[in-house]
Every structure is written in C-alpha cells, then in structure tokens.
Design a protein around this ligand. Structure first.
Ligand SMILES: *Cc1c(COP(=O)(O)O)cnc(C)c1O
Length: 426
C-alpha cells in the first residue's frame, strides 16, 4: 500500500499547530509520547467483546492483561473496588450509567448546561434529555456557586431517580456530602461526572466524590492526560436499589449492571489499543511526577486567575479551585464568539462559553473558558501566567487591530518555542 502522504502531512501540520500555540481549552491536554505509542498499536486489530477472562472471541489472552492492568491501576489511583475502562468516551460512560440505572421517562436532575453543566446531564438535544425527564439546578446569580438550596428543593419536588453532579465549566469544588444527603432522603442515586477535575481528585487536591456518590464517571483525556476515552467507577459495589434486573429477570449488583450496560448495552468491541494507552496513562498518574504536575496545575490556575482579576476581568465565582476559569467578558465589551475568533488568530486557543444567566445565545455567548492543564504539561510555571494573560488582554483590547494581533502571534510563537513538545518527533 502506498503511504497516504495526504493524511500524514495533515497530521504533521497539526503537530506544528500544537507546538506553536498556547492551548487553553480546558478539556484538552498533551499525552505523553508513550501514551500515544501505546494507542497506535496492533491491538486495534483485536476483537474482544466481553471482559477480561470472559470474552466472546478467542485470542484475548494478551489484551486481557492490558485491560486488567488498566483496571487495577485505576482502582489504585482512586482507592476503589470497581472500574470499567471500556467506554469510548465520557459521553459513552454517562450513557452506560443511565442505561444501567434508569428507565425511559424517569426523572433526572443535573446542572443546567447554560450554567456549566454537560450535554449528557439532561440537555434536550442529547439522549439524556430525549429519553429521560430532565430537570435542572443552577448556580446563584450573586456568587456563581452551585445553588444547593435549589438542588434540594428540586430533588424533593420531582424525586429524581438520579442526581448528577459535576460540570464542564465550573471552577469550584463540590459539596458531595450535601448532595448525597438529599438523595438519600428522596431515594435517588448520585452520579458524579468528574470528567474535568479527575486528575486533581486523584491526588487529593479536591473533595473526594467516591464516599458520597454511588457511581463516578470521567473522561481519560482531560486532566487525567490519557488517551481520548471514558471510565466508570465505584468505591463500593452495592445491590441496585430500584430492583432493576438484567434481561433474565435477575436482580444484579450494580457492577454487573454497569458492565452489561457498557457491553452489550451501548458498545460492541472495546478499543483495546486505547485501553492499553489508558493503562500507560494510569501508570503515569501513580508516579510522583504526576503528583507534581497536579499541584502545578492548581498553582498555575490560581496565578492565572489573579493576573486576570488584576486586569479587571470578571471570573465567575471570583476565582478557581481547579484547573479552569470562566470569564464574563461583558465589562470588556466583547462577545465570547469574537474573543475566541481573534485569539485563534494569535495562536491562542480557547472556547467561547455561556456564562450563568447569559443574555446572549450559545453561538455568541458572553463568556470564555480558560484551562491550564495543557500549558502546565508544556512546562509552564506560575511566573509564565503573566505573559499568557498579557497576550490575551492585548488581543481582546485590540480586537479590530490586525497589526497588534499579528505582533502578539509572533510573541506567542517565540514564547512557546521554549516549551518543547514531542522533541522525539523531530
Ligand atoms: C468532556 C465532558 C464529558 C464528555 O466527554 P467526551 O469524551 O467528549 O464524550 C462528559 N461530562 C463532562 C462533565 C465533560 O466535561
């Protein structure tokens, strides 16, 4: 077969783009070289429907070992009894939990998408809002913090089968104990979706959701810095409280229901090459190097938030506990859409984001979200945050000045050349 230069040239161009720019999309990161090498391997050729030791295909002895390694390492990271490493993505992990726990039409309660929640927490355009009867809690207008009073009131009113906590654009920690308390009162399960802050939770830098939430899901590619994928976890297994049964009418442990929901519920063959890469990433997370990385994320996020606030940028909730921040740009007279567009011209990537109680649409938005997980992987320290914030401010304050933006772009490219990305790739 002739080498597909068209595609490989594009991959090379993407590497150069990643090298030259400042990556501030809060959900992105740079995996290690060995994570990528593990992902591009012969295990993509293998069918392995089922789970280690109980597969529907022969020849699974080796992939059984990589998958088991991924499971064991993940259990060690979070000190948990159950882990499923097969979900292809965070959205798939959430879909599997819903399939295991809920019946169509059941009430669920999640954080509103326009307040920082995720599509899979009940949005009308997502399966979670189409199949289930979704209700929402929000954040408070005055301080941008999760409105736990509202959450409790809604829970008592609608008696949801599942309460979902966790978010995509929320910079503060969660009170899992409080959510569990009302869940017990109304007979709901609690699912925490820690897709964003999982890496900080892994190192004890944020509250531990596992003691209070029945089921925890995450992506593996955000702060966890692994390959693109999803995971489902429980600290302790338990008999499902709703009397849900498998297709033979047997009452099952939640671990059985979750495994069945992933496969054969929503997926076929697992991506064993990606699971091998997950195993490598989980091994990295167990290292001291990653502990330092997680601590540096928090240091950098706080330094960045401080630098923004000194320039009169309005951070929702007034700061951050994790790796990200959401900025309301209305006092700067620029929309999130415009900010995203001009920043990318200066090789700074971030995403527009609705702010709580936004008066603009999801396509325009009043806000922008910044995260430091990726630039921290590049090697940036607290002292570099001032350069990043100055560059962003310079672009936003000169939004219609092509000359300024082009100057900032050159400064950004020059600045990023000190943080070498994948030197082994030449
Ligand atoms: C990113 C994210 C997901 C979805 O992850 P994908 O891998 O993109 O499907 C789910 N939940 C939350 C809270 C997220 O931030």
């Amino acid at each position: 077969m002739q080498r597909d230069t068209l595609v490989f040239d594009l991959i090379r161009k993407e590497l150069e783009r990643q090298r030259h720019g400042i990556e501030l999309i809060a959900s992105e990161n740079f995996t290690s070289l060995q994570v990528m090498q593990a992902m591009g391997n012969v295990m993509t050729n293998k069918y392995a429907e089922g789970y280690p030791g109980r597969r529907y295909y022969g020849g699974c002895e080796i992939v059984d070992q990589t998958e088991q390694l991924a499971i064991d390492r993940l259990k060690q990271i979070f000190n948990i009894e159950y882990a499923n490493v097969q979900p292809h993505s965070g959205a798939q992990a959430n879909a599997a939990v819903a399939l295991a726990v809920l019946q169509p039409g059941d009430n669920i309660l999640g954080l509103d998408l326009s307040m920082g929640g995720h599509l899979t927490h009940g949005s009308q355009v997502n399966y979670s809002g189409k199949l289930y009867n979704a209700h929402f809690y929000g954040v408070k207008r005055e301080d941008g913090l999760v409105d736990y009073d509202m959450l409790e009131a809604k829970a008592r009113e609608i008696k949801p089968k599942m309460i979902i906590c966790g978010a995509s654009a929320y910079s503060r920690d969660w009170d899992y104990a409080r959510i569990r308390k009302v869940a017990d009162e109304v007979g709901a399960l609690v699912m925490a979706d820690i897709a964003h802050p999982a890496g900080l939770i892994a190192k004890g830098l944020l509250n531990d959701p596992f003691d209070h939430c029945h089921i925890v899901t995450s992506t593996t590619h955000k702060t966890l810095r692994g390959p693109r994928g999803g995971i489902i976890m429980m600290r302790k297994d338990f008999e499902n409280p709703f009397g849900l049964t498998d297709n033979k009418g047997n009452i099952r442990l939640m671990s059985n229901l979750l495994d069945l929901a992933v496969f054969p519920g929503i997926q076929g063959g697992p991506l064993e090459h990606v699971i091998a890469a997950k195993a490598v990433a989980f091994g990295e997370i167990l290292s001291d190097e990653y502990t330092q990385y997680a601590n540096q994320i928090v240091t950098n996020a706080q330094a960045m938030a401080k630098a923004f606030m000194e320039k009169d940028y309005q951070i929702i909730s007034g700061g951050t506990d994790n790796h990200l921040m959401l900025i309301d740009l209305r006092n700067k007279n620029i929309s999130g859409k415009k900010a995203e567009q001009i920043l990318v011209q200066a090789d700074i990537t971030a995403n527009k984001n609705m702010v709580p109680y936004d008066d603009k649409s999801a396509f325009v938005t009043s806000g922008i979200r910044f995260g430091v997980a990726a630039i921290t992987t590049r090697g940036m320290k607290a002292e570099h945050m001032q350069f990043v914030v100055n560059a962003i401010d310079n672009v936003l304050m000169n939004a219609d000045d092509a000359a300024v933006i082009s100057t900032v772009k050159k400064q950004v490219n020059e600045f990023m050349s000190q943080f070498v990305l994948y030197p082994e790739m030449g």
